[in-house]
Design a protein around this ligand. Structure first.
Ligand code: HAM
Length: 431
C-alpha cells in the first residue's frame, strides 16, 4: 500500500513554503505595528472548552471536531477558545487591562475537503481582550484590511451586528414566527436548525433557503439602544479610518459566541470558500469560561490556505526572495572533498549560505547541480589545485573565473561583494 497524506491534510513543499513565509512575515509586521504580542498555544485542549465556547449545536462541535473520546480531549478547531483559556489561566488581565494577542498555527475540522477547505488548515488569529470600545472594532477591521492590502489582495469586507443577550431574544421570537410560516420550503438542515439555532438559517447556502430568507427580519432592526449606539460608533470609526465595507444584515457566524459586531473578509475568487477571514465580538465569553466578570473581547482569524491560494492565482508574491546558496563548492577527489568539507563549515560559520555535493559525483553532474541551485558563485577544487592551496572561483552571472586561495576569510569577503563588480552579492536571487 502506498503511504499518502490523509485526505484534507496537505504538505507544504519547498517552492510553495516561501509564499507561506511571506504571508506570515507580512502579518507579523502588521500585527506588531498595531501593538499585538504573540502567544503560542497547544493544539490539544479539553473537549469541554470548545463545547462551552463555540456552542454545542454548531456544526463544528456537532460534527467536525477531531476528538479523542476516551480522553475527552480535542484537536483545536479554532484558536479563540484556547487563547481565552490561556488568558484566564495565566491571569493576563492583571498584567495589562487590555490585552492584544495574536497566534498563528494549524487548526483541525473534519469538513468535506475541497479547494480552499482542508481538514488541517492554518489560521492567523488576533484577539483584543478587555475593551468595549467600538474604536477597537474599527481598528481591528482596519488592521485586517491593511494586511490584505499589503499582501496585494483585493477583498471586500462585510459587517453586521448580532446584538446582545438583551436584544436577541425578541429578534429570535420574530424570526421563529417568520420561519414557521415557511418551514416546508426549508432544507432538512434548516428545519432542524430552526429548533436549535434559528439564526443559522439566515446563513444557509442552499438556494431555496436563501430565497426564503430574503424577506426575513433583520437583527439590525431589533438592536437595543446600547447595541445600536455601539454599532453606529463602529461604523463611524470605519469612516474615520477610511475602511470600505458593506453592511450584510443576514451575516450569521458559524460559532455561537458572537455578540454585537461581526465581520467577514470575502473574495469572489475562491468559489464556494468565499471567506478569507472572519471574526467579531464575544462580550460574554470570557466570563462564561470562568474569567473575570464583564470582560469583553473581539478578534478575527485569517485562513492562510486561502490567502496563499489567492496570491498564487493572482501571481502575487513572484518577487519574494528565495534563499539560494551564495556559493556552491565542487570538490573533485577524496582529499579535495575533505578539505572543502572543512572550508564549507568555516564559511557557514562566517554566515554564508554554502552548498556542496558530498557524494563524489562527476564535475559535469556537480556543475548541473550548482546551476540548478541558483548559487551566485561556484568554487571548483580538485586534488591538484588543493596541493597549491588554490581553487577556481567562477561568477555564475558573468562566467568570469579566477584562481583564489582556499582561505575562508578571504573567500567569504569575495563572495559577499556585489555581483556586478565581477564579484559576489550578499543577497539571495529572485525567483
Ligand atoms: P471561522 O470563520 O470559523 O472563525 O474561521 C476563520 C477563517 O479560517 C475562515 O474565514 C477561513 O478563511 C479559515 N477557515 C475556516 N475553516 C477552514 C477550513 N476548513 N479550511 C481552510 N480554511 C478555513 C473562527 O475560527 C473564529 N475563531 C475567528 C475569530 C477570532 N473570531 C473571533 N476571534
Amino acid at each position: 500500500m502506498k503511504l499518502k497524506a490523509l485526505n484534507g491534510f496537505k504538505d507544504i513543499l519547498p517552492g510553495e513554503v516561501e509564499l507561506w513565509q511571506h504571508v506570515e512575515t507580512t502579518a507579523r509586521g502588521v500585527f506588531t505595528r498595531f501593538d499585538f504580542s504573540e502567544i503560542r498555544l497547544p493544539v490539544l485542549e479539553s473537549t469541554e472548552l470548545f463545547a462551552r465556547s463555540i456552542g454545542e449545536t454548531t456544526d463544528i462541535v456537532e460534527k467536525e471536531m477531531y476528538t479523542f473520546v476516551d480522553k475527552k480531549i480535542t484537536m483545536r478547531p479554532e484558536a479563540t477558545a484556547s487563547l481565552l483559556r490561556a488568558y484566564i489561566e495565566h491571569g493576563l488581565y492583571v498584567q495589562r487591562p487590555v490585552q492584544r494577542l495574536f497566534t498563528i498555527g494549524p487548526m483541525f475540522r473534519h469538513e468535506r475537503p475541497q479547494k480552499g477547505r482542508l481538514r488541517q488548515f492554518h489560521q492567523m488569529d488576533v484577539e483584543v481582550l478587555g475593551s468595549h470600545s467600538p474604536m477597537v472594532d474599527a481598528e481591528l477591521m482596519a488592521m485586517g484590511s491593511m494586511l490584505l492590502q499589503e499582501l496585494g489582495l483585493t477583498v471586500s469586507l462585510e459587517i453586521n451586528s448580532l446584538g446582545c443577550p438583551q436584544c436577541r431574544p425578541g429578534f429570535r421570537t420574530e424570526l421563529l414566527n417568520f420561519l414557521a410560516e415557511r418551514m416546508e420550503h426549508l432544507c432538512d438542515d434548516c428545519k432542524r436548525r430552526s429548533a436549535t439555532n434559528p439564526l443559522r438559517v439566515l446563513d444557509c447556502k442552499n438556494s431555496g433557503c436563501r430565497h426564503q430568507v430574503l424577506t426575513a427580519p433583520s437583527i439590525l432592526d431589533h438592536l437595543c439602544s446600547d447595541c445600536a449606539d455601539h454599532f453606529a460608533a463602529v461604523r463611524e470609526g470605519m469612516e474615520r479610518l477610511q475602511v470600505p465595507y458593506t453592511l450584510n444584515r443576514f451575516m450569521v457566524r458559524g460559532l455561537d459566541y458572537y455578540t454585537r459586531t461581526t465581520f467577514e473578509f470575502i473574495t469572489t475568487d475562491l468559489g464556494a470558500q468565499a471567506a478569507v477571514g472572519a471574526g467579531g465580538r464575544y462580550d460574554g465569553l470570557i466570563e462564561q469560561l470562568g474569567g473575570p466578570k464583564d470582560t469583553p473581547g473581539i478578534g478575527f482569524a485569517m485562513g492562510m490556505e486561502r490567502l496563499v491560494l489567492l496570491l498564487q492565482q493572482k501571481q502575487e508574491g513572484q518577487d519574494i526572495e528565495v534563499y539560494t546558496p551564495q556559493l556552491f563548492i565542487i570538490a573533485l577527489g577524496q582529499e579535495a572533498m575533505q578539505a572543502c568539507h572543512l572550508l564549507a563549515h568555516a564559511l557557514r560559520s562566517r554566515g554564508l549560505r554554502v552548498a556542496m555535493d558530498l557524494e563524489g559525483r562527476s564535475l559535469k553532474s556537480q556543475m548541473k547541480q550548482a546551476d540548478k541551485s541558483g548559487a551566485n558563485w561556484v568554487l571548483i577544487v580538485g586534488d591538484n589545485e588543493l596541493r597549491d592551496g588554490q581553487g577556481v572561483l567562477r561568477n555564475m552571472q558573468t562566467q568570469d573565473q579566477r584562481q583564489v586561495a582556499l582561505e575562508a576569510e578571504a573567500l567569504a569577503g569575495m563572495v559577499r561583494l556585489p555581483m556586478q563588480s565581477g564579484i559576489a552579492d550578499d543577497r539571495s536571487i529572485d525567483r
